[in-house]
Ligand binder design. Structure first.
Ligand SMILES: Cc1ncc(C[n+]2csc(CCOP(=O)(O)OP(=O)(O)O)c2C)c(N)n1
Length: 639
């Protein structure tokens, strides 16, 4: 780290000569590689944007000039250059730096990110604010090709071209989303690349033609006319001519000098938005990444020499894996079942279906809203679409879920991976709101399995049920239960009694069922017998069972891996109130309080909020103690 060790801010970088920048980029790449080999992270995405980060901080006077990163998963070089070099090994860990961008982490993180396609909207309005305040700094958004195709980004392009605001958009085009990028915009960007190749070829031909004595001029004219016609048909026509953007590119996104030159050119454009088109390679420099881009978008620890992942001990298959396999089983049995993902084929497990049933499986790109309405349309035609979307990303498509699916009572299934604490990806990726945002919507059935075996049953149940239904399940490995039996049909709205006895009932939802059972076993050792219920459904609730508990128990403890506000415990509270039983039984709701949950190891975060067996045990014991004290007081008063 000859140069890098002295770079503690972009100002230090800007003191270097332009000829030194490529070396800085190489040192950054090494630092990312060595660190990621140990701790894992968004390795491939960040390796692809190293030179971009160097060139951007060199060409622009950051943070005075505003630099807005889309998603932020590719911004490790930006973090390194903005005073966080030595903190990179703590990325995504509890107490460490975020894996994405956070305004409270650095003044260089001008806009928080984690979800895709937001940068253009944020940057556009920063540029408008600048003009409004009569200031003169640059505003630059950096966005990937897949994120540019997202609906929000397209809406911002539409407005930017219309307003003619001075704005610089840098397109980090690596032809990849997490998986290969999909859609017509990808085709369009490919055509630009090809047209450039054609341009170069034509330039060479033109020179040759001009060198032919006598005939050369006429031939050259004909060739030039033809070239212009072809070029205008394929060059960035739509963005430049039709949508009001100027275009610079394409540029080799790994050549810092070329990038700086292009960015300096972009700075000169004062009368509207300009797009700088940089071509990059995802995973540039990773020992294995360039052969398998798909895999190395994000990594765990790996061997620095071979690039091979450091294998962790074999555990139970992940929920994602079981979901993917079960989806294929259901698709094989019923040809009306269709699989949908919004740019997350691997993350959701839909990759298996895309491979086995390509005609019935769709990756719609980073387009959750479109995905849900697309599914709604399919169900109108009698198909049974399954939308596999992370809990956090379905937030984007809430209105589509309400307006297009549930109001019309359409037969769409939502399978929400990462329901609960997402771990290292942090606040933007935790799926803590789904219970609250789903259970208030009429018509939908909402459920969560206690383990991967029950997840299979729920998937089957959802497919058999006619109408909207949603299931959430956590990130990570299942419980290791058998999954080789055919899935069973569950009765909708029926809970499962797992343990019976005592004056206390623990009613757990989804991932909290097993820790509750463990807590119950430990409580029993202390002489506190508990009933444990696997709720299975939050909508409809098993009212008969819950009301019976309210009439017979002293204490009900609800446990959920979600925000308490509007969550599962709230649903039970409402049920008691509706039936006039709110004063009949004590209710304790366990879940996540009303605050932002940071990033870090999921088990650690769950323990922090008391959502593990120890936490449940302690909370139940405390509540029982309070009730015992009250009872003792009561007896004293009577005596
Ligand atoms: C709304 C939303 N959906 C899905 C994701 C998951 N995701 C993170 S990065 C990514 C791919 C982004 O591709 P691109 O913008 O081309 O950047 P690259 O990773 O190729 O640099 C996706 C789909 C997300 N962050 N936000």
């Amino acid at each position: 780290m000859k140069l890098l060790q002295n770079i503690n801010s972009p100002a230090d970088l800007r003191r270097l000569k332009i000829d030194q920048l490529q070396e800085v980029a190489e040192e950054i790449r090494q630092h990312i590689l060595e660190t990621m080999a140990r701790v894992g992270g968004h390795t491939g995405a960040s390796l692809g944007a190293v030179e971009l980060a160097v060139a951007l901080h060199y060409a622009f006077d950051t943070p005075h000039d505003r630099l807005v990163w889309d998603v932020g998963h590719q911004a490790y070089a930006h973090k390194i250059l903005t005073g966080r070099r030595d903190l990179l090994p703590t990325v995504k860990q509890y107490g460490g730096i975020s894996g994405f961008l956070r305004r409270d982490e650095s003044e260089y993180d001008t806009f928080g990110a984690g979800h895709a396609s937001t940068s253009l909207s944020a940057a556009l309005v920063m540029a408008i604010a600048r003009d409004h305040k009569d200031e003169d700094h640059h505003v630059v958004a950096l966005i990937g090709d897949a994120s540019l195709a997202g609906g929000m980004a397209m809406e911002a392009v539409n407005q930017a071209g219309h307003l003619k605001t001075r704005l610089i958009v840098v397109l980090n085009d690596n032809e990849m989303s997490i998986a290969p990028a999909v859609g017509a915009l990808t085709g369009y960007l490919n055509r630009i690349r090809e047209a450039h190749g054609y341009h170069r070829f034509k330039d060479e031909v033109e020179e040759t033609l001009l060198s032919i004595p006598a005939l050369g001029g006429a031939l050259h004219h004909a060739a030039k006319t033809m070239k212009d016609a072809i070029a205008s048909a394929v060059l960035p026509g739509a963005l430049v001519n039709e949508l009001g953007f100027k275009y610079i590119g394409y540029v080799d996104g790994h050549n810092v000098k070329s990038l700086v030159k292009a960015l300096n050119e972009a700075k000169q454009i004062k009368d509207g938005p300009v797009i700088v088109h940089a071509l990059t390679t995802k995973g540039k420099g990773h020992p294995a990444a360039e052969n398998d881009y798909y895999k190395w978008h994000a990594t765990g620890p790996f061997d620095l020499k071979t690039g091979k992942p450091v294998k962790s001990a074999a555990k139970a298959p992940t929920y994602t894996k079981v979901f993917g396999q079960t989806l294929c089983e259901l698709m094989a049995k019923d040809e009306k079942v269709v699989a949908l993902t919004a740019a997350m084929p691997d993350g959701t497990g839909v990759c298996d279906a895309l491979e086995r049933f390509p005609e019935r499986s769709f990756d719609v790109g980073i387009a959750e809203q479109h995905c849900v309405t697309f599914a709604a349309g399919m169900s109108v035609e009698g198909l049974k679409p399954v939308c596999a979307i992370y809990s956090t990303f379905l937030q984007r498509a809430f209105d589509q879920l309400v307006h297009d699916v549930c109001l019309q009572d359409l037969n769409v299934k939502f399978c929400l991976d990462r329901g609960g604490i997402a771990g290292g990806d942090g606040p933007t990726h935790h799926g803590l709101l789904d219970i609250a945002y789903l259970r208030g919507v009429p018509n939908i059935v909402v459920m969560a399995p206690k383990d991967e075996g029950e997840m299979r049953d729920m998937m089957f149940t959802m497919i058999e049920h006619v109408g909207p239904a949603a299931m959430r399940y956590p990130r990570g490995n299942g419980m290791g239960v058998p999954i080789d039996q055919p899935p069973q049909l569950l009765e909708i709205g029926k809970a499962e009694l797992l343990r019976d006895g005592g004056e206390v009932a623990i009613v757990a939802y989804g991932s909290m069922v097993h820790p509750s059972l463990e807590a119950a076993a430990n409580l029993a050792k202390d002489g506190i017998e508990t009933t444990v219920i696997n709720a299975r459904f939050v909508k409809p609730l098993d009212s008969a069972l819950l009301l019976a508990l309210a009439r017979t128990k002293r204490l009900i403890v609800t446990v959920e891996e979600a925000y308490l506000a509007g969550g599962f415990g709230s649903a039970i509270l409402e049920l008691l109130e509706e039936n006039g039983l709110q004063d009949k039984v004590s209710l304790v709701r366990m879940g996540i309080p009303d605050r932002i949950v940071t990033h870090g190891d999921a088990q650690l975060l769950l323990a922090k909020y008391g959502l593990d067996s120890d936490g449940i045990y302690t909370r139940v014991k405390e509540a029982v103690d309070v009730l015992d004290d009250r009872r003792a007081q009561h007896h004293k008063v009577i005596a």
